[in-house]
Design a binder for this molecule. Structure first.
Ligand code: CA
Length: 227
């Protein structure tokens, strides 16, 4: 079968190309909750903690800190763990009796713009309410967060959204700092839905497909005139 510009296959192929191009124009969307690693490094995610006084990041050992019991609110040990449709994070003080931040790290393997939208909320099972700061930063720059430090508490559940360009090996990090003190600081990170607006994609696709059909009509009229 000869494939011409008027053939349904050609039109379908064009629409698919347009849809693909318009989708790829959007940034990659990070969903740390859905992609939470079953083991360190899965899907580019690591559960870590940071000792700010040392400026060093450490992987959480899964057997002790990375498995998180939803009914506990450990003040001494930083934790990062999946719990239902959210990630629970808790800053800590051990083992050096210094502030530690709970960190969820995404490490890019391909260069792209990465978008994210996450909400932080109190998840203290004891009911006192967390008092934490949520920070999103690139690589090791915890002192210069890309997104403002926000207080998380019983009454404040901030959403932090943004787009960050990452080269291969660069990291986007979600951190929970203890704030004034490190007790009852279990903090929930949940995904806020992020999808490209279907209306804009459809409009773009229909616009280009419409242009193709108009061109087709023009060619047909031209042929008719040749007779
Ligand atoms: Ca606190």
């Amino acid at each position: 079968m000869q494939i011409t510009r008027s053939s349904p296959i050609y039109v379908a192929f064009t629409v698919a190309l347009v849809l693909g191009a318009s989708l790829s124009a959007f940034a990659a969307v990070l969903n740390p909750v859905a992609d939470f690693p079953a083991s360190q490094g899965d899907s580019g995610y690591w559960a870590q903690y940071l000792i700010p006084s040392m400026g060093e990041f450490f992987n959480l050992p899964m057997q002790a800190h990375y498995a998180f019991v939803s009914t506990e609110s450990p003040w001494g040990i930083p934790k990062v763990a999946k719990s239902g449709a959210a990630i629970l994070m808790h800053p800590g003080l051990e083992p050096f009796n210094a502030d530690q931040w709970a960190i969820l790290t995404f490490k890019a393997s391909v260069e792209d713009d990465y978008s994210f939208s996450v909400q932080f909320a109190d998840a203290d099972p004891n009911g006192f309410g967390c008092t934490t700061n949520a920070v999103v930063f690139k690589n090791d720059a915890f002192n210069a967060p890309l997104f403002e430090v926000r207080s998380v508490s019983k009454t404040e559940s901030p959403v932090i959204s943004g787009t960050v360009h990452l080269a291969p090996g660069e990291m986007l990090r979600f951190g929970i700092a203890p704030g004034a003190e490190g007790y009852n600081d279990t903090t929930r990170l949940s995904q806020v839905a992020m999808t490209p607006e279907p209306g804009s994609i459809l409009a773009l696709a229909m616009g280009l497909a419409g242009g193709g059909l108009a061109g087709l009509r023009g060619r047909r009229m031209g042929r008719a005139g040749d007779v």
